[in-house]
Design a protein around this ligand. Structure first.
Ligand SMILES: Nc1ncnc2c1ncn2[C@@H]1O[C@H](COP(=O)(O)OP(=O)(O)OP(=O)(O)O)[C@@H](O)[C@H]1O
Ligand SMILES: [Mg+2]
Length: 572
């Protein structure tokens, strides 16, 4: 482990007696408020609780989640006009919703990815509509802005807007993140709410919104440029052409394919996959899009399915199977369509998109998936707000957050339109923080933080942050991270480690926005994050074959042991 001094591998047991009693909601933290969701909405419950005697409070069923629309009184005071923009990929859904946003006096765009929020903020500011950018890890405020571009988890359900857009609304069916889309759908208070996504979500949205009395208009779109499924497989990498994007689903395969294609000495490949830092993904995409760059082929995972504007002529599925955390399974119809739809983006260099597979055996599944409609969404994700958990905990003061969440999972009452979010990852964090003497509110914060508990370095980083926070109340980055040890990775495992370190630094930045006094080194973390990104890019550029001798100098050692090239050094 290069940079992190993760000393406490085992979580120490510090006892929790009396912790829950000391908990207080802190309404002075608006950003926390918006993330934790629907504070205002559940204020009704709070009011009832605070004015009630214990008997009444006991009678209140906090496990009853059958009316989530009632959690959002600000939105319920409005008669919202809902516009559903639905159709295939590349049909102009987001384009039309953004046009409305741009021309409204105030508004918010909620996207599923930081990359999309960045793109929208950039676009609005360029069109002279001042727009703030707010994601879990960024706050870029623009003078006089009445518009915001945010990641959906950051959507504020306590403000009023003229116009709001929720992009990729079909994600409300996502097992892990769906509940944030449901919250935005029910909770955003806007005169006009524009929802963009797959037609498969229409019946569910209509059903969910019935009790709200909102007016719903559905607008169907057609694809703007043709997408042609090929009858012939690629067969050999000799047939790769400029503008091709090969899709595969593991980092190892991505680098294997990049190596294989580059050994043919005709093409250089940019890569895009989920655990690359978002800035790196954007720069890799930019290099691929730039016709004058040497990188003319893309090797990518399904991380390209949303968010990036790519100049892809042809999508080639190297496989139609994906490991979903449990087993290898065929790609779903929606996944195939979403990924294939990236080819021939309207307005790109390639007016007609093509899609094929590496192997002939995979073609039938590709063709049948493209012809089939996506299965209708049956249920939307839901997760109890902090307030419900908080009040429930008052009645069960001996239960830690883990037990409370588990109880909600097992016993929550839901209507047939909803499912309770898969929170395996959150439970893992709850188990770590439950033994620490911190408030329920702080535990909940750690639980909803963007940590990847399957990643060892990332989960150890979280544990270290939480322990230091509990013990000292302040977490200095330098106590657990040694600047000067980062260097350009030489192997794929070193690359993986650097990606993980980036995740831990990202987590620090996320926490610094919510526990500002206790995580004071945001700037250091952000600059180290940027260095991680640059080092990863250096690895990517040096990996495999280089078409021409590079003008770039070989890396040299600079201050504090960083191994950086001249270009990278200028950022340090
Ligand atoms: N009427 C238009 N005039 C000019 N450009 C347009 C128009 N409609 C769409 N575009 C452009 O076409 C591309 C695809 O549009 P858009 O992103 O809105 O599609 P989408 O349906 O939201 O696709 P996805 O499902 O992939 O998100 C974008 O680059 C967009 O700017
Ligand atoms: Mg879109």
């Amino acid at each position: 482990m290069a940079a992190f001094l993760l000393r406490h591998r085992q979580v120490s047991t510090l006892g929790v007696s009396g912790i829950l009693k000391a908990d207080k909601l802190d309404p002075s933290r608006p950003h926390v408020e918006s993330r934790l969701g629907a504070l205002a909405g559940v204020c009704n419950l709070l009011r009832e609780y605070s004015t009630s005697n214990d008997n009444r409070a006991h009678k209140f069923d906090f496990l009853d989640l059958t009316c989530p629309h009632a959690w959002y009184p600000v939105a319920r005071r409005k008669n919202r006009k809902i516009f559903l923009h639905v159709g295939p990929t590349n049909s102009g859904k987001t384009y039309h919703a953004l046009k409305q946003l741009e021309s409204s006096p105030s508004g918010v765009y909620c996207g599923p990815l930081r990359l999309l929020a960045w793109e929208v903020a950039k676009r609005l500011n360029k069109a002279n509509v001042p727009c703030d950018l707010i994601t879990g890890q960024e706050r870029e405020e623009v003078n006089g802005a009445k518009h915001k571009a945010v990641t959906v988890e950051m959507a504020d359900v306590t403000s009023n807007y003229s116009c709001a857009v929720v992009d990729e609304i079909q994600m409300l069916g996502c097992m892990t993140r769906g509940f944030s889309f449901t919250r935005a759908l029910l909770g955003i208070s806007a005169d006009e709410l524009h929802l963009c996504g797959d037609p498969a979500a229409v019946p569910l949205i209509q059903e969910i919104l019935k009790p709200t009395g909102d007016d719903i208009h559905v607008q169907y779109y057609e694809r703007l440029s043709p997408l042609v499924p090929s009858q012939k497989p690629l067969g050999s990498f000799k047939n790769i052409q400029t503008g091709d994007c090969i899709v595969t689903f593991s980092r190892r395969e991505i680098y294997k394919l990049k190596g294989q294609i580059e050994r043919g000495r005709k093409h250089l490949c940019s890569v895009v996959y989920g655990s690359l830092p978002p800035e790196t993904r954007t720069r890799q995409a930019t290099m691929f899009n730039d016709a004058s760059s040497e990188f003319d082929v893309l090797v990518a995972s399904d991380a390209i399915g949303m968010g990036l504007n790519l100049n892809i002529s042809r999508i080639i599925f190297s496989t139609m199977k994906k490991f979903d955390g449990v087993e290898m399974r065929d790609l779903t119809i929606s996944e195939v369509k979403q990924i294939a739809g990236r080819a021939g983006r309207y307005g790109s260099d390639f007016p007609v998109g093509e899609v094929t597979c590496l192997l002939a055996d995979d073609l039938p599944l590709l063709h049948s998936s493209l012809k089939s409609p996506s299965p209708i969404l049956e249920c939307a994700g839901l997760f109890p707000t902090f307030d419900l958990i908080f009040m429930y905990s008052r009645l069960h003061p001996k239960k830690g957050l883990y037990r409370i969440m588990e109880h909600f999972l097992e016993n929550a009452k839901l209507s047939e339109n909803y499912f309770i979010a898969n929170c395996e990852e959150m439970l893992k964090v709850a188990a770590v923080v439950d033994v620490l003497p911190i408030s329920l509110h702080d535990k909940y914060l750690f639980v909803i933080s963007p940590v990847d508990m399957r990643n060892e370095i990332s989960s150890q980083g979280l544990t270290q942050f939480a322990q230091n926070y509990a013990q000292k109340g302040i977490v200095r980055l330098k106590e657990i991270f040694t600047p000067g040890t980062l260097q350009v990775p030489k192997t794929e495992s070193a690359l993986k480690e650097l990606e993980s370190i980036h995740k831990v630094l990202d987590l620090y930045v996320w926490l610094s926005f919510r526990l500002e006094d206790s995580f004071p080194d945001r700037e250091l973390a952000a600059s180290q994050k940027a260095i991680c990104g640059l080092l990863i890019e250096e690895f990517l550029e040096r990996f495999g074959w280089q078409k021409q001798p590079k003008t770039r100098k070989l890396p040299s050692r600079v201050n504090s042991g960083f191994l950086l090239s001249k270009e990278t050094r200028q950022y340090v």
